[in-house]
Write a protein that binds this ligand. Structure first.
Ligand SMILES: Nc1ncnc2c1ncn2[C@@H]1O[C@H](COP(=O)(O)OP(=O)(O)OP(=O)(O)O)[C@@H](O)[C@H]1O
Ligand SMILES: [Mg+2]
Length: 237
């Protein structure tokens, strides 16, 4: 979990007052590989936004750059308020208890009281003294999300919510994210291979392909878009 708290001064282009996170023409390279090639996105206060795209498109690179793990070669990031990042593969501390994992999430601010997390994910309370490494994938995903939420972020970026999880577990966790968004107004940036799920629970979405934003718009419109349906929704009607 990475938590970033910074406001970077606007240089040239201004952002709306209700924007919590934005990138402008972001370019990120790994040596000769250009992983992001001029990516501009924004997330508004309390908004749920999806980022979908094929393997290798640059989704994790974008999240890692937003949270400060990667450095952009050029472009600009504006963060207003606090961003918490649930990385791909969850990365809980396997030898710590659930509760210790949660408390570590508050290291950059937020309350060290995990009780609100047990309200959000009641399943975690009975697991609080268990070693996180011994939990199921779904339980570990809940721990990773709650650890990020312990910092009391304005926006949470989740990389591959559904990775390796059974569909019922995924819909349960997705429902909790929607609940969190409704009750606390936490904005969500959701990277997800399951485009149907991502577009169903968000209001706006970006489609990233080969380091570019190929399409963006309302999630409900993208669900009906023939190109999106053919590429990401199995051509279903
Ligand atoms: N550490 C790295 N070194 C070199 N190239 C990398 C590195 N990490 C990612 N890449 C490359 O950057 C591009 C974007 O990768 P990224 O992991 O951001 O994609 P992704 O959209 O998250 O894919 P996935 O859906 O498989 O998680 C890919 O071509 C990938 O091979
Ligand atoms: Mg990825």
């Amino acid at each position: 979990m990475k938590s970033v708290e910074s406001v970077q001064p606007s240089q040239g282009r201004s952002v709306d007052s209700d924007t919590v996170l934005a990138t402008f023409d972001l370019v990120v390279r790994y040596g000769a590989v250009v992983a992001l090639d001029g990516v501009s996105i924004h997330v508004r206060k309390g908004e749920m936004v999806a980022l979908i795209g094929p393997n290798g498109a640059g989704k994790s690179t974008l999240l890692n750059t937003l949270s400060g793990i990667n450095r952009p070669a050029s472009g600009r990031i504006v963060r207003k308020g606090k961003l918490a990042h649930v990385p791909e593969g969850r990365q809980v501390f396997p030898d710590l208890t659930v509760e210790d994992n949660l408390c570590l999430g508050a290291y950059r601010g937020g309350s060290r009281n995990p009780a609100p997390m047990y309200e959000l994910f009641p399943q975690l309370e009975k697991l609080r003294y268990r070693r996180a490494g011994g939990l199921s994938g779904g339980e570990q995903q809940m721990v990773a999300i709650c650890r990020a939420l312990m910092a009391n972020p304005d926006v949470i970026a989740v990389d591959e919510l559904s990775q390796g999880l059974a569909p019922l577990v995924v819909s349960d966790i997705a429902r909790h994210l929607v609940e969190l968004n409704k009750q606390h107004g936490t904005a969500v940036l959701l990277v997800e291979q399951n485009a149907q799920l991502a577009l169903n629970i968000t209001s706006r979405a970006y489609v990233i392909e080969n380091g570019h934003i190929g399409l963006e718009g309302r999630s409900s419109d993208l669900l009906r878009n023939p190109a999106v349906r053919a590429a990401y929704l199995g051509g279903v009607r």
